[in-house]
Design a protein around this ligand. Structure first.
Ligand code: ADP
Ligand code: MG
Ligand code: MG
Length: 963
């Protein structure tokens, strides 16, 4: 068995899939629900055997290997944790009586045990593998390693979630010098057999003997894969061949002999000539790749736990390359880039596995609907093999209905017989996710709540992404075009390697990663880049899949790119660009341009599916979503995004505007209260005007206004020159000004004279603000408009602070109401942003009409760290794993969360209906929104552009709670 236990895991190169079609023509997809094909075994006479078969469809203790084939599978789609996604779905397809080559899945538990036991397998494994293998042999009527009629296997990795960084598939396992003659005799096709053998050697030496064994080639050119490919190219060039398919049996036979020598020379060991050694080598390589560098780094980015492990699928080979009656392909049940409900895919005749995805040959459109301008001349499966297409179409339809979601499927046709090799929920970008979810709900395939759960909050975000300004785009000469793999617009500077992209981005540069194709080795650079542009690959290539997953702008398959990596230049249609040059991508159209074109903000308002989905979210949420807005234009924008009020209006932003800052400074520098009041009187009309505009924009929705919060020195100029200017401007002596400025200096301004502490010492400031708010409100009330001001006192730590400030505010407000002869309902509440406020929330609640959690300050004060200085150490904390996440991005639910919960409990113990909200940055972050929902807040408030995500996350939190 596994004699060569691989030492180190593989770096991984995902299968690169290639697609052509750009524009799918609308096509009538049959709406009739196909009856599920699982023909229940007649319930009456349940034989003992059938009952046993039924019982096995659940995880069993000690069972390490799960068989599937000929209509019977030990597993089901429910067993993804144990069998991995691929294995569970292969089992499910078998259960659905869909034609799948038989095989077996070695469970993820074996992976875990393998690592627990110093890379040794449990001793029962070999026996279980052998008996599953025997069952496959029986179904196929062939034997593994049999010299007369050999059975061949594929070895395929499959974790719970599809994961770049894992080992590639090895096909044709079991071909050896002993079995080759037998297969030639059986197939009467020596060319096919020698081609299969050279593919086995290429894949096996690459992923099993090199990558999984932890061998790191010095350069890309020293990698075994590259050497073998070069050897093959040499042969093709010598013979004047264009296509792989031009090579003859004799060519391939000779090539195989050369391969063996190169493998031995490069890797120091012989290519294994024993079928079982090949099989166990493949199995071990899959497990080893789980701890490979790339897999580990991908898991870190995507937060996939290490203890999930991967499964291994060993499956009988079927061949799409035995002749013109054979084919292979990859397809989606709906268009994964647009979401359109049309079967979409690519295929090739006389091809095996990787050919469709590797980009060596241009794949054909699977049907007429998937045709694009570029593939007009290529044959579709629909036309070329109409009956098989019909069968495939019916299967894809059934699979989508069975899984009630868009499927990504792989198929192979061997000598006129269709086999399904994979189905899984297909990746899609945000736009497609939203359209599919809404259309599927409208087709009654799923309900509205499921539709909401189908879309990730980040995908909503993607829709809100910028696009290239069409006017500028029209004026700009097109540099080149490719396939529109990831929508949206992006602009940045060219980098040619993932490492460069990462390094440049770290320096704060916007970069576009330009490559021939991408592989999992590039994910860090792809992550750092604004967008990705590749010369090769199709809509299902690695670059396209990864970009789509992240909602990144991406163009692939741009054959006009001629990249010279060594000199870091790229030639495009006669133009040469070098590293650092700016380009702009329109990922929705697949066009790109020289230079940096302006980008426009996204326009979700014209997306009818998005709009429909958002109407469903509000119906399904408990939590309301408000916005943080300081100006009428922000308020208007947020209302367009569906904000149900303003949760935080910061008055200090208004202080900075040029016409007011002078009065603000005058107020600060005044010697006494009378002087301050004089200055404040000048500010009053400005503030009143601001509030009037915001109230009006919110048209009767609640508006929470926070009274002045930052320390006063923030309003004074900081340079000597500015101070001098100010002095002469104000007619005060420079020395006096400087002395005042120095006297305002604080050691820890964040913990200093700010928030309600300002109001306590200078009540006239808060009185003026309350007066301005109420005058604006009364004015609007007089005009017949609705207003709901909520006046918020910041940084309260002790109830007495609130008592005093409340009195100040109420006094001012009542005076205004009296003079207007108008009553406007208003409330006075407080921010909860200090630990002491949380702990004494019951006392505070007695004096507050509402609480709003200021989680930025609360996080600062709970941690005792200053956010402004945290940049020096917090990133290391996150990198090192000391903190899982930056607590300023997502609420620290272990440290800060419990204090919030305490405040909720104590506050509501005094006032059961106390209105509770959050206005920190966390209010737009999905995990934090869910937390706020859970602890029973009434609303979250966030910046306007995050409102849709927050609304969405609020609905998801509510639905999840009820699941
Ligand atoms: P990935 O997870 O990267 O999609 P797969 O395990 O699906 O990798 O394998 C990639 C390709 O290998 C498949 O699309 C298919 O073309 C080919 N392949 C895998 N197993 C078989 C098999 N049993 N017979 C024929 N081809 C296979
Ligand atoms: Mg895979
Ligand atoms: Mg696959």
């Amino acid at each position: 068995m596994a004699k060569k236990v691989a030492k180190k895991a593989a770096k991984k190169k995902a299968v690169k899939k290639k697609a052509v079609a750009k524009k799918a023509v609308k096509k009538n997809v049959k709406k009739t629900v196909k009856k599920k094909a699982v023909k229940k075994t007649t319930p009456k006479k349940k034989t003992a055997k059938k009952a046993a078969a039924k019982k096995t469809a659940a995880p069993q203790k000690g069972k390490l290997v799960y068989f599937f084939g000929a209509g019977k599978a030990d597993g089901t789609s429910q067993m993804k944790n144990l069998l991995g996604g691929k294995g569970a779905n292969l089992a499910e397809m078998v259960n659905l009586k869909i034609p799948v080559p038989p095989g077996f899945t070695i469970t993820t538990e074996v992976c875990t045990l393998f690592y627990k036991n110093k890379r040794k397998y449990p001793k029962e494994l070999e026996g279980q593998v052998n008996s599953a293998l025997a069952r496959v042999e029986k179904i196929m009527g062939k034997k593994f390693g049999n010299p007369n009629d050999p059975l061949l296997f594929s070895v395929r990795s499959g974790a719970r979630v599809s994961m770049p960084g894992m080992m590639e598939t090895v096909l044709n396992v079991g071909l050896t010098t002993k079995t080759i003659p037998g297969l030639i005799k059986r197939t009467n096709n020596p060319r096919f057999v020698y081609d299969a053998y050279r593919r086995l050697m290429m894949m096996y030496s690459d992923v099993v003997m090199e990558k999984s064994a932890g061998i790191e080639p010095a350069t890309d050119h020293d990698a075994i894969r590259h050497k073998l490919e070069t050897e093959m190219d040499k042969l093709k060039a010598a013979k004047g061949y264009k296509q792989d398919t031009d090579m003859t049996a004799d060519d391939l036979k000779a090539l195989g002999d050369r391969f063996k020598v190169i493998i031995k020379d490069t890797l120091g060991s012989e290519f294994p000539d024993d079928p079982y050694e090949q099989l166990w080598g493949g199995i071990t390589a899959v497990f080893a790749s789980w701890m490979g560098r790339r897999a580990v780094s991908y898991r870190r980015i995507e937060k996939v736990p290490e203890d999930w492990g991967t499964a291994v699928n060993v499956q009988a080979m079927v061949f799409g390359n035995t002749g013109e009656n054979s084919a292979t392909g990859v397809a989606f049940t709906r268009n994964p880039a647009t979401g359109e409900n049309v079967f979409f895919g690519e295929w090739l005749t006389n091809a095996q596995g990787e050919d469709v995805v590797a980009g060596i040959r241009t794949p054909y459109p699977v049907n007429e609907a998937a045709r694009s301008e570029d593939s007009m001349h290529l044959p579709s499966l629909e036309k070329a093999m109409p009956n098989l297409y019909k069968e495939l179409h019916a299967i894809q339809n059934r699979l989508e209905r069975h899984y009630t979601d868009m499927q990504d499927i792989e198929f192979t046709i061997q000598d006129g017989k269709l086999w399904m090799l994979q189905t899984r929920v297909g990746k899609r970008n945000g736009q497609a996710a939203i359209r599919m979810a809404v259309e599927m709900a409208n087709e009654k395939l799923i309900n509205q709540r499921t539709a909401i759960m189908r879309v990730k909050p980040d995908q909503i975000d993607e829709l809100l992404h910028p696009s290239v300004d069409p006017v500028a785009e029209k004026a700009a000469g097109e540099l080149g075009k490719g396939l529109p793999a990831g929508p949206g617009g992006a602009t940045g500077r060219i980098t040619f390697t993932a490492d460069d992209a990462e390094a440049w981005a770290k320096r704060g540069e916007k970069v576009i990663l330009v490559r021939n194709e991408t592989s999992p080795e590039d994910v860090h650079g792809m992550h750092a880049a604004e967008a990705i542009l590749t010369a090769k690959g199709g809509m299902t290539s690695h670059a396209a899949l990864v970009a789509r997953g992240w909602g990144k702008c991406c163009i692939v398959g741009c054959s006009d790119l001629d990249i010279d990596l060594r000199n870091k230049v790229v030639n495009i249609n006669g133009k040469q660009l070098k590293e650092g040059d700016w380009i702009t991508l329109n990922g929705s159209k697949g066009r790109f341009y020289e230079g940096s074109l302006p980008l426009l903000p996204a326009d979700p308002e014209h997306n009818k599916w998005y709009k429909e989905l958002m109407t469903w979210t509000d119906k399904n949420s408990r939590l309301q979503v408000r916005t943080n807005a300081d100006s009428p234009s922000d308020a208007t924008q947020a209302r367009l995004f569906g904000a149900q009020g303003i949760g935080l209006c910061r008055t200090e932003h208004m202080f900075f505007e040029s016409d007011r800052i002078k009065s603000v400074r005058e107020m600060i520098l005044s010697e006494d209260e009378a002087g301050r009041k004089r200055a404040l009187a000048k500010l009053l009309p400005h503030q009143r005007g601001d509030f009037y505009g915001i109230f009006k924009a919110m048209a009767g929705l609640p508006v929470t206004i926070r009274l002045l919060d930052p320390p006063l020195h923030e309003f004074l100029p900081q340079t000597e020159k500015d101070l001098q200017d100010l002095a002469s401007d104000m007619g005060v002596s420079y020395d006096k000004l400087r002395a005042k400025n120095e006297s305002l200096h604080e050691f820890n301004p964040m913990l200093g004279h700010r928030g309600c502490r300002l109001g306590v010492t200078y009540p006239e400031i808060y009185a003026m603000q309350a007066q301005a708010i109420m005058e604006a409100a009364c004015q609007l009330a007089k005009e017949g408009e609705k207003v709901y001001p909520e006046i918020m006192i910041p940084l309260v730590g002790h109830v007495n602070e609130l008592v005093k400030m409340r009195n100040t505010v109420v006094e001012a407000a009542e005076a205004v109401q009296k003079s207007f002869g108008k009553k406007v309902a208003y409330t006075v509440g407080t921010m909860i942003e200090l630990p002491r406020a949380c702990v004494t929330a019951d006392e505070i609640a007695g004096k507050a009409d509402f609480f709003s959690f200021g989680t930025n300050d609360l996080t600062q004060t709970v941690y005792g760290l200053s956010r402004d200085d945290s940049g020096r150490f917090l990133p290391y904390y996150v990198e090192d794993g000391i903190l899982k996440e930056d607590p300023f991005i997502s609420i620290d639910q272990e440290g800060v969360g419990p204090l919030m919960e305490l405040a909720v409990k104590k506050g509501r113990s005094v006032k059961p209906k106390l209105k509770l909200g959050i206005c920190g940055e966390h209010g737009g972050e999905p995990k934090s929104v869910e937390f706020c929902h859970r602890i029973g807040l009434n609303y979250v408030s966030c910046s306007p552009f995050r409102v849709p995500i927050a609304r969405f996350a609020a609905a998801q939190a509510n639905i999840r709670e009820q699941l």
